[in-house]
Design a protein around this ligand. Structure first.
Ligand code: A2P
Length: 276
């Protein structure tokens, strides 16, 4: 398993498994399947309403707990310090695990202007041992700079929308300058047609791989951590199997060239869009 090293010293797999929409017993079975297919990083969120499902899969799995990185995220409606603390505790309780490995602020909600308070709760929850590593999601550079200035603590992860149509070059450069690993949500760009692009099909053919594998490999070679979701065992295995080939610099450039200024799938600009 190839890993990135986070700024806090912990290691994290270079690819993770997205779980949004996987709920209940069927969801738990599919997440367990993902563990059987090799995934060791599970993404989740309080608002996905499946922290219990993820916890069940981890507890049922034959993979040792300490080899799995469990992620969850703080919803926008609980940014106030006390509420945030209680929500983090509630997240841990829901998983049925002793701690959560990676906890993120789900959206900055800048108009509410409470994300610094929320961050302080994550910092304190980390000190209390409730969560191991702390980070953010959908944070623009100015928000991260504010966290650093007002709390002295930087996130180790920033999880953002990222796919071939929106490759986030500037945000990634900023994240890297702060030793923050960029995670990609919607890494396959399935709700657009990035996987159907001819240039990706050609590269896939050159390597005897699928379009999805080429896109995930492109992300890993750029230092990004994609978290593809799939309900199907075959596609889960496909998405994990991206470490036995290498894209050339030219191929990477060709995929980079697909990115567009307005490439977000649903226009969810974190400066405007808020989620609670
Ligand atoms: P499914 O669960 O039926 O496998 P995105 O990363 O852009 O959010 O895309 C996620 C969607 O892409 C999922 O709904 C999933 O559908 C589909 N998907 C996941 N892996 C693959 C793959 N290897 N090839 C094609 N589609 C995939």
């Amino acid at each position: 398993m190839e890993e990135y090293i986070l700024a806090d010293g912990f290691k994290i797999p270079k690819v993770g498994f997205g779980t949004v929409g996987l709920k209940g017993n069927d969801g738990a079975r599919r997440i367990e399947m993902a563990l059987n297919n090799g995934f060791r990083l599970l993404d989740s969120a309080y608002n996905y309403e499946n922290e219990g499902t993820v916890g069940r899969a981890v507890r049922n799995s034959s993979v040792p707990r300490d080899q799995i990185t469990v992620t969850s995220k703080l919803p926008g409606r609980y940014h106030e310090y006390e509420a945030a603390m209680q929500t983090i505790e509630e997240s841990v309780l829901r998983t049925g695990l002793d701690y959560i490995d990676l906890y993120l602020i789900h959206w900055p909600n800048p108009k509410e202007d409470q994300y610094v308070e929320a961050w302080q709760a994550l910092v304190d929850a980390q000190k209390a041992g409730l969560v191991r590593s702390i980070g953010v999601s959908n944070f623009l550079p100015e928000y991260i700079e504010r966290l650093e200035k007002e709390t002295g603590v930087l996130p180790v992860i920033n999880q953002i929308e990222l796919h071939p149509y929106f490759n986030q070059e500037k945000q990634r450069a900023f994240d890297t300058s702060k030793e923050i690993i960029t995670q990609a949500w919607s890494p396959l760009g399935r709700s657009n047609s990035a996987l159907d692009e001819d240039v990706i099909a050609e590269i896939a053919q050159n390597h005897g791989k699928t379009a999805a594998q080429v896109v995930l490999r492109w992300e890993v070679q750029l230092g990004i951590l994609p978290i593809p979701k799939s309900t199907h065992a075959g596609r889960q295995a496909e998405n994990f199997n991206i470490f036995d080939f290498e894209l050339s610099a030219e191929e990477i450039d060709k995929i980079n060239a697909l990115s567009r200024e307005e490439g977000r799938n649903k226009g969810q600009d974190p400066a405007e869009y808020q989620e609670f």
